[in-house]
Design a protein around this ligand. Structure first.
Ligand SMILES: C[C@@H](NS(C)(=O)=O)c1cncc(N2C(=O)c3ccc(Cl)cc3C2(C)C)c1
Length: 478
């Protein structure tokens, strides 16, 4: 007997059969633009998944992409990423580098160029050995933040402090990442932080804000259609590069005058190893300096807010911190590894508030997603925001419950906030360590409270941010 044809369900459906979010690409772009939906792009994606199911195709302008949200489809996607994983490029960033004749950092590089830089940088930036070296620097900055808060509280008779922590968190993350990168303090946690660093922080914000509308406009067009936007974007970039260049020159000057005897940050290590040429070191250190501010400040703000409105979780974490401390003085990395609940709290925050709302890949071979055949080279993305809030993936998704990560439940490919594999976020250990140390010191010294228990509305401005920063109250624990 001839082999019976495979049952229809097993044979993948054609690519053209994937449900589509809109009929006409340009009409979709016009609609998104008119209704100013870019800041709500994460909500648009979530609604599309609810409407169309766990896979759909989106064509907006020249941008064509397949969206998935289930862990097993993310796993499929990562299995086919090849040895040079690729994301969608950011034309306006590349255009700036070309305009100013700067080299690109690993975020913008691809192929062999990306891989050779990445492998060298991994050793200092994300490896356990590298992390252990900059960990004490981040600890010192976290302790200084607590000192700053105590100093402010002592100034009022109420013995509590209610503030919008937004700008303080940016100063904290810039102070921390700069100390780890350059081995020097900017002094942002003192009473009068210097104006130049403040300008750098607002330049990063301006750059991120102006990136979003430029994402969907072809570079050739962007200079003419949006000249004000383009000028602000370039100006912000120039401020960012000027600041990073000043920090790098200081180190380079001292380095030429005599090699530092002890560890003095990631930049000095890269200079000493001399495996990367100076202009590549500069390009990557600039990316890390700018990329280390908003990305880490936002999850801290969301975590403090969630702990303020979930006091029982806050108490459980505080108990874990005091127990970890009571085991006597140990190496800091061991202390952090003995706080699984605190680590899960970060995972829970990034589930509900993923800084990068999607992870993108171009599969290098045909891949089957949700029984559809997706050809190699098609831009695919995992909707992290929608996955984090999908009842198909997480039980009671709206509940802030860090313990869900400590259960025996199968959690693979559910915690994708830092991406996956060889091209995952290189700042992951720096960000995780910075946030763990910050929360350890702050929660041990203060009780956090908030009046508003209502959900925070989020906006997407290249990173996921609160529409309105929450007001938090800090009360010292005697
Ligand atoms: C928000 C998320 N988007 S993502 C990578 O998932 O699409 C993200 C995650 N980690 C780092 C970043 N960066 C920035 O913020 C940034 C600013 C200026 C420069 Cl020169 C380089 C960067 C990078 C890309 C490092 C952004």
């Amino acid at each position: 007997l001839a082999a019976a044809p495979a049952p229809a369900a097993a044979r993948p459906l054609p690519y053209e059969a994937i449900p589509r979010s809109g009929r006409n690409a340009w009409l979709s772009l016009y609609r998104l633009w008119r209704s100013n939906s870019f800041p709500r792009f994460h909500l648009v994606m979530q609604r599309n998944f609810q409407r169309l199911g766990p896979i759909y195709r989106e064509t907006v302008g020249t941008y064509n992409c397949v969206n998935v949200l289930l862990p097993r489809d993310a796993a499929q996607l990562f299995q086919s990423e090849g040895i040079f994983p690729r994301r969608m490029g950011i034309e306006s960033w590349i255009a700036h580098r070309q305009l100013r004749n700067h080299k690109c950092g690993i975020f913008l590089l691809n192929g062999e160029e990306w891989r050779s830089d990445r492998l060298i940088l991994n050793k200092e930036v994300i490896s356990p050995a590298g992390t252990r070296k900059f960990l004490p620097f981040l600890n010192a900055v976290a302790q200084d933040f607590v000192t700053l808060m105590h100093r402010r509280i002592s100034k009022n008779t109420r013995r509590s402090l209610t503030i919008d922590l937004y700008s303080d968190l940016f100063r904290f993350t810039l102070e921390g990442s700069s100390y780890a990168l350059y081995g020097e303090r900017l002094g942002l946690l003192e009473e009068s932080p210097n104006a130049e660093s403040q300008r750098f922080i607002s330049a990063v914000e301006t750059m991120l804000r102006t990136t979003l509308p430029l994402l969907f406009i072809p570079p050739g067009l962007m200079r003419w259609v949006t000249s004000k936007l383009w000028r602000d974007h370039i100006e912000a970039w120039d401020t960012i590069f000027k600041h990073a260049d000043k920090c790098i020159q200081n180190i380079y000057q001292e380095f030429c005058l005599g090699q530092p005897r002890k560890y003095s940050g990631i930049m000095a290590e890269l200079l000493m190893q001399a495996e990367l040429p100076l202009d590549s070191i500069k390009a990557n250190i600039t990316e890390f300096t700018a990329g280390g501010v908003d990305t880490t400040a936002m999850p801290l703000l969301f975590t403090l807010f969630e702990l303020a409105r979930n006091p029982n979780v806050q108490t459980a974490i505080r108990r874990e911190i005091t127990e970890a401390e009571s085991q006597g003085p140990r190496e800091l990395s061991k202390v952090l590894n003995s706080m699984p609940l605190l680590k899960s709290t970060l995972k829970e925050t990034l589930r509900l508030y993923p800084v990068g709302i999607t992870v993108q890949r171009y599969p290098t071979k045909d891949v089957v997603l949700q029984n559809y055949c997706v050809p190699a080279g098609t831009l695919c993305q995992v909707g992290l925001y929608a996955m984090g809030r999908s009842p198909e993936v997480f039980s009671n998704p709206e509940r802030y419950d860090p313990l869900r990560w400590l259960s025996k439940e199968e959690n693979s490919f559910k915690a994708l906030a830092f991406g996956f594999g060889a091209r995952q976020c290189i700042g992951r250990r720096l960000a995780e360590t910075e946030m763990m140390l910050f929360l350890m010191h702050v929660l041990r010294n203060f009780r956090i409270d908030t009046v508003s228990k209502a959900d925070i509305k989020t906006v997407f401005g290249f990173i996921l941010m609160p529409e309105k920063p929450p007001l938090l109250t800090f009360r010292p624990i005697d």
